[in-house]
Write a protein that binds this ligand. Structure first.
Ligand SMILES: *[C@@H]1O[C@H](CO)[C@@H](O)[C@H](O)[C@H]1NC(C)=O
Ligand SMILES: *[C@@H]1O[C@H](CO)[C@@H](O)[C@H](O)[C@H]1NC(C)=O
Ligand SMILES: *[C@@H]1O[C@H](CO)[C@@H](O)[C@H](O)[C@H]1NC(C)=O
Ligand SMILES: *[C@@H]1O[C@H](CO)[C@@H](O)[C@H](O)[C@H]1NC(C)=O
Ligand SMILES: *[C@@H]1O[C@H](CO)[C@@H](O)[C@H](O)[C@H]1NC(C)=O
Length: 256
């Protein structure tokens, strides 16, 4: 009976969450923004108007909850609070080209509906979080031009190669201009939908795995400015269908 009450209570508390909860969590985000030089959020993100009319916010028509947050190109400085992970209806999260700092809160893993995540061109640092594999619906992951440090295998495969069970829908992976080192894991090539892969300008080494030929949808491949070796046969035969690729100038060609 007690267990039933607890479950019932949990259901009630989930149901009681509404757009007011989204507003509180967005106001928490606003309070973590220390510099807003164009005063974009200061007056606009005000409780006197509906969250759905705030700049950068899109609400869903069915549930009337926040489904998209786009604060790109606003010159904002700040950090990301754990409350952002409470926006459970979010499918689109784009804060590229600002000056967000620090590391990312693990609560972001609660954003189970996320399809598009773009943190490009900010100043995030620290370990590239291993929990990026926990977004089952993610189609596009872009974290370029930050100061993330990490070993690709630990994020995207290797020891945690089952991570790709959850990444089966990934079409875009952009980690260029970070400090990612180590070898390219062959498990990366389980992402069969991948059309765009950029790991340009990191510290990757070793050979590009042959499994890359198992990516039927791959059209764009950027791996230059690493210490990777390319098999010439692979390059001429398997990758010839790519629309755009760039391995030069620091990739060494090897006839294997
Ligand atoms: C949201 O839910 C709270 C109770 O949890 C309620 O007081 C409030 O009126 C609701 N707001 C809307 C917009 O439905
Ligand atoms: C906030 O910005 C949006 C989008 O630019 C605009 O439609 C809305 O009228 C603004 N609201 C206020 C209160 O300034
Ligand atoms: C939002 O998130 C914070 C911290 O992650 C949590 O303590 C709080 O209970 C959450 N509140 C709502 C209304 O979702
Ligand atoms: C990166 O963001 C800054 C603003 O923080 C902007 O001025 C710059 O043009 C952006 N660079 C790129 C390559 O998008
Ligand atoms: C896949 O995601 C679920 C939750 O969304 C998580 O429990 C599980 O551990 C993830 N699997 C892997 C291999 O990361």
């Amino acid at each position: 009976m007690f267990a039933l009450l607890v479950i019932f209570g949990a259901i009630l508390s989930v149901n009681s969450l509404n757009i007011t909860a989204d507003q509180l969590n967005l106001l928490a985000l606003k309070s973590y923004i220390s510099h807003d030089p164009h005063n974009l959020l200061v007056t606009n993100w005000s409780t006197s108007t509906s969250v759905c009319n705030w700049i950068g916010i899109t609400c869903g028509s069915r549930h009337h909850r926040v489904i998209a947050l786009d604060l790109s190109n606003m010159d904002l400085t700040g950090t990301i609070p754990s409350q952002l992970g409470n926006l459970s209806f979010l499918t689109w999260l784009d804060i590229h080209s600002n000056n967000f700092l620090g590391s990312l809160p693990i609560e972001l893993t609660n954003l189970h509906s996320l399809k598009y995540l773009n943190f490009n061109n900010n100043s995030f640092d620290g370990e590239l979080p291993s929990w990026f594999g926990d977004f089952p619906k993610l189609q596009s992951l872009s974290l370029s031009q930050n100061y993330f440090i990490g070993v690709v295998p630990s994020i995207l495969g290797g020891l945690r190669s089952r991570i790709f069970d959850n990444f089966s829908k990934l079409q875009v992976l952009n980690l260029q201009w970070n400090r990612i080192f180590g070898k390219l894991p062959s498990s990366l090539f389980k992402c069969k939908e991948l059309t765009y892969l950029s790991l340009y300008h990191n510290a990757l080494e070793g050979s590009i795995p042959r499994e890359i030929e198992n990516l039927p949808s791959l059209e764009y491949l950027y791996l230059d400015y690493n210490n990777l070796k390319v098999n010439l046969y692979l390059f001429l035969c398997q990758l010839s269908h790519l629309i755009k690729y760039d391995f030069t100038p620091l990739v060494k060609f090897a006839i294997l």
